[in-house]
Design a protein around this ligand. Structure first.
Ligand code: HQG
Length: 178
């Protein structure tokens, strides 16, 4: 039976970001899974796909959600983890402005507490408003915050750029939000 790439992408996101143990998989501390082992464990757990299916999803993922290691043997999620991983990304100077899309019902709490990673490892920030709008719409009626990333960087906050261009930081205090 042909593999549905969207279903496979969701499955890969689930095991590589959140629940590797669900199929008996172990990630390295940097979040990598050996591709052959991943396929074997997934197939044993009832999700059937092959290497070509996986590489096709990696290549066609709209948000470039997955990265393949330099030696071609391993795969990891570029961002979005709830499991503890150390992606090993170098801190970088962010663009002066970044965006965060959320739902209007979260706005009051965010203005008090700032942006928190919630169930993920870090706060996710978008390069452009259109992307932030799409992210916000996943949660309900969207609201876009502008983040003074340049100001934060000037105060020593660290920023990281995931392989897919999403910007990550630990926490955005409310004074940097507009
Ligand atoms: C909100 C998707 C109340 C935050 C996207 C967000 C992204 C607060 C929600 C990536 C809060 C968490 C991540 C506070 C933050 N009080 N609510 N203090 N601080 N929030 O899904 O950023 O399709 O964990 O605004 O494209 O929406 O999965 O994070 O609404 O890049 O590849 O708590 O996931 O990519 O939601 O999305 P999420 P996110 P994928």
């Amino acid at each position: 039976m042909p593999v549905d790439p969207i279903q496979l992408s969701k499955f890969l996101s689930f095991v590589l970001r959140h629940k590797p143990g669900e199929i008996g998989l172990t990630l390295t501390s940097e979040g990598w899974a050996n591709i052959d082992v991943l396929i074997e464990k997934a197939n044993a757990a009832g999700t059937k796909f092959g290497r070509a299916d996986l590489l096709d999803v990696v290549a066609t993922s709209d948000k470039k959600r997955f990265s393949i290691s330099a030696d071609g043997l391993s795969i990891r999620a570029a961002q979005g983890h709830s499991v503890t991983v150390e992606l090993g990304l170098p801190p970088q100077e962010p663009p002066s402005i970044l965006y965060h899309g959320t739902a209007t019902r979260f706005v009051d709490a965010i203005l008090v507490e700032g942006l928190k990673p919630q169930s993920r490892q870090q706060v996710h920030l978008s390069l452009d408003e259109a992307t932030a709008l799409r992210v916000g719409k996943r949660h309900g009626k969207p609201h876009i915050f502008t983040v003074d990333a340049g100001g934060m960087h000037g105060k020593g906050f660290k920023f990281f750029r995931a392989d897919n261009g999403v910007w990550l930081t630990d926490h955005v205090p409310p004074e940097f939000l507009a």
